[in-house]
Every structure is written in C-alpha cells, then in structure tokens.
Design a binder for this molecule. Sequence first.
Ligand code: GRF
Length: 230
Amino acid sequence: MTRLRVAVLISGRGSNLGALLAACADDTYPAEIVTVISDRAEAPGLVIAQSAGIPSTVIPHRVREEFAAQANTVLGNQRAQLVCLAGFMRVLDAAFVGGWRDRMVNIHPSLLPAFPGLHPQRQALAAGVRFTGCTVHFVRPEVDAGPIIAQAVVPIRPDDDEASLSARILDAEHRLYPLTLRLIAEGRVREVRGKVQIDGWRAPKLAMLNPREPASKSRVSRWSLDPISL
Ligand code: GRF
C-alpha cells in the first residue's frame, strides 16, 4: 500500500499531531506523517514529533514570504503530498496557500462558518448556542474559511466553562482529524465548485436534541436522541 505523505504544521501543544501519529501507527492506515514544521522552537508538539521519530524543522514566521519559501523547501525535500495544519497559529502567505490548494487542510474548534478566528469556544458560550464542535476544511487565504470536509457536533452543557467545553471539543477533534485524513488518503474527497464531495458518504440518521427530554419520556417520544458516534 502506498501511503499518502503528510506534513503537519504546528505552533504549540500538538495534541492533534499526536492523534494523527497514533492513527498512522497502524500499518493499514493510508497516510504517514513524513515531517513536522513548527514556527515556534518551544512548541511542545516538537517533542511529540521527536519521540515518534518524525523529522521536524523550526521555521520562525517573521516574514510570511520567507516562511513560505523555507516551508516549501522542506515539503519538497520530504515529498509531502498533503499539509495538515494542527494548531498552526499564523496566517499563511496567500501564494503558499494557493500552491497547496486542495492539498492543505485545517482543523478548527467550532462548527464553521460559525465562530472563526480566536477563542471559538468562548464565542460559542457567549452566543448561547446548544451545540458547537469542530471542522476540518480545505485551507483558503481567508482565516478559517474554505470548503468543509467533515464536522463533529459537541453539545454544550449548562455548567460548561471555556476549559470544560474546549476539552470536550478537543476529544472530538482527536477522532475527527484522523477520520478525515483517512478519507482524503483513500482518495474519496474532492472539491467541486467550492463544496466537498465524499465518495461513500453516509450521514447520521437521527438528530440530537439539547436540552434532552427527561429520561422517562424519551423512551416513548417520537423524537429520537442520537449520540452520534464518529
Ligand atoms: C485545536 O483546538 C485546533 O482545533 C486549533 O488549535 C488547537 C490546537 O491544539 N486550530 P493542539 O496543538 O493540536 O493540541
């Protein structure tokens, strides 16, 4: 099996990088991570890359064009076929983004197009929505924009604060990103006129309600509650 050669760009913690590496550790998974690039030398994610034996490069993002040129050199040397942004906190050079069009994806902790930009979990709590989640999308020059590939829905609980909600979304991210990368690596994902088509796509059958009905009623209710599994 030829595996899709993936580069991961990070700026910090690297827990999504860790989730992707864990998926790639399975020989039957159709992608492999060939290189990690960080714009910050102190990013804890670099340690995750190192312990997995993945070559990593630090490229400071002082000048956008310089970062783009150096990143392209690394990506070329490693023969990367796809770039995954995983907590990469810089706005990338538009020409770089154009060069990787439909070959670069990002994960964002909201149901885009809701709550782009910084602190999306805080934005969701402030808006009072009952569901939020995470999105994997193709990257376009505009921040957190681009054709949506996959999303996971996360309920908001009445006692949530930013930390508890972020943790619950992150858990969903760690499942959604490997799933999405698998779909891409299997060649099932393509962009058609600004939207994404996925071969073999099945949507969950039922809706989720939040707030839930009382347990005693839900059994007899015609409204089903579906804990959607990823
Ligand atoms: C994640 O919430 C991701 O969605 C966002 O930045 C965070 C990165 O976390 N883009 P980590 O570095 O993968 O732990």
